[in-house]
Design a protein around this ligand. Sequence first.
Ligand code: ADP
Ligand code: ZN
Length: 723
Amino acid sequence: MPLPRARVLVLNSALGPLDYRVPAGMTVEPGSIVVAPLGPRQLVGVVWEADRLVTEEVGDNRLRNLIAVADAPPIPAALRRLVEWAADYYLAPPAAVLRMALASTSALEGVKRITEYRATGVVPERLTPQRAQAIERIGDRQGLIRELATIAGVSDAVIRGLVNAGAIAAVEVDLDSPYPLPDPDHAPPRLNPAQRDAATALADAVAAREFQPFLLDGVTGSGKTEVYFEAIARALRDGRQTLVLLPEIALTEPFLDRFNARFDCAPVAWHSDLRQSQRRRAWRAIATGEARVTVGARSALFLPYRNLGLIIVDEAHETSFKQEEGVHYHARDVAVMRARFEFCPVVLASATPAIETRVQVAAGRYRELRLPARHGGAELPTIEAIDLIAEPPPRGRWIAPRLVQAIDATLARGEQALLFLNRRGYAPLTLCRACGHRFQCPNCTAWMVEHRLIHRLSCHHCGHMIPTPRACPNCDAEDALVACGPGVERIADEVAALWPDARAAVVTSDTIWSPAKAAEFVRRMTAREIDIVIGTQLVTKGYHFPDLTLVGVIDGDLGLSGGDLRASERTFQQIMQVAGRAGRGEKPGHVLLQTHQPTAPVMAALVSGDAEGFYAAETQARREADAPPFGRYAAIIVSSEDREAADDTARAIGRSAPHREGMHVYGPAPAPLAMLRGRHRFRLLVHATRGLAVQDEIRAWLGTLAWPARVRVSVDVDPYSFV
Ligand code: ADP
Ligand code: ZN
């Protein structure tokens, strides 16, 4: 009789599945989370169906015993299928995908209570600058000593000192306290007819318990959220779980408020800002099925929901759903696959659906539900272009006269204005007037961006920062540095000069770096403590401010440079999205779009409102070029700190490229971002027809090659970024 053995996928991306012996007295099943020995170490892993993951056969006599089974629910079969699919599709090690499912290792331990710390309000007698900084940054946050130290940017010892001084105290936390249950009947809205039809279609699909993808397509403010809330209500009544994916954690807080108003309690939140105890609690409640509604960033997609009945992807066109590190996956696409494995509907909600999604609708694979108008008769804003060549702003300024007048009028009516510029900091480039020296990041092919508020030059790719120097490091000239081009901080200076009495706020990831900061911004906007908002893309989504009636786009052309295949589409989406912030209440909204190319098709479409015409032309151009979604791309990125090693490997890969009908390999060539975080980068781009199994080709191709350990080769299937 064969010994009871188990095939285990251990959390080590360098290893394939391994076989173990199940010792007497232990029982495991596929999905069981186990602790397995590996050399002298112990690793967490998941028991897998032996016929689904191939590995080298090992004789019974060489098997080692599993050590323990974790006190946690097993990973469900649907999620195991998703892990296999994602690993296969994105050419990633299965263990790297599985790691995202087991995102809270503390959730696997039996611990039920832990000690956290929070501020008491007591001011310590000895208030060093470090202590003051810690108290200020921690605010009313709670966490482990280490977590508070990270938040505060101080050492653990400083936090312990504050505990001893009575400024921070211990709190016992019960890790298994249950989440409240949302009430589907708490405050249902009265839907308008179009909303009702869409809501009924979604609720019926939830009840049917079958895979069905939907596109919920409606202009900003048409009530998409209200509609999918009714589908959530149906899932709640049926006792099933819902996952809502949002593109940014900054959107979580406004979402929580709305959810609370509709269902009388908050959903379970999952994002990178959670502390360890919150993570553990959420993970376990999701795994037991007790967490009924989870709202999260893309990482929430791989959690072990026990009985998922509905997936919503809000703002589904957003490119932030594309993960660019580790496993390169697109959360929108993985969400659809997850729904397939879970036998449940998935709803992609968007006012500006991606061409990929529209093509699925046209092919009859996704069902489209349309909400044609804003709820309650609010009009969509009018969009007007300002030709920066014909009507330029004065020298050294960025706001054209017509936009200045519009802001004057808006302020005079007591309404709010939003100026949109998708560029953090003060200026994107700093140079020396005396010698022409430009400040470049030593680790990246990128200019250092000036952040005047903190007196730093910062690289937006690797985070490298230096104090803004007084003298040029190249020619020693003093006070000769000039800022070139605007960032939001520079626009804020211009606003302060033009409207000294207006209350302005800058909204970027530098100022809104946590859900609590986002909530504070929403409160100040709603309380009318802000007249003019100057913001990056962070402010374009989700918010609903009835008195915001004017949107000024400072540089409509910004997204068009770079020549990326989705540049026009993305520009269209982004400007429609930010335009959607205007005129959401009773007062009509107006958008002024500053551009150097008012006749470019995307600008003309924005002004005329002819979205269908624009999309039709874009789609046709993609079709003719065999670009996605009609053909496909995969990028192979070769990087190393050693330029020659990266170059050699990239060439070797290029030389051994397979010759296949329907597939063409471009490159290698230095990547546009030729250096990133100190690594030299070379790219190959594979272009293939839809019908070709491009992953299999790449797997076979790279599988025969070897490269030095200091070279990293990563594959990006369906890339969004071409740098
Ligand atoms: P979208 O998600 O399409 O941008 P929202 O769901 O955010 O639209 O709706 C926009 C605004 O209109 C919100 O303040 C929402 O509460 C309100 N609204 C939409 N539909 C209704 C309705 N049927 N009854 C009451 N308010 C509604
Ligand atoms: Zn850098």
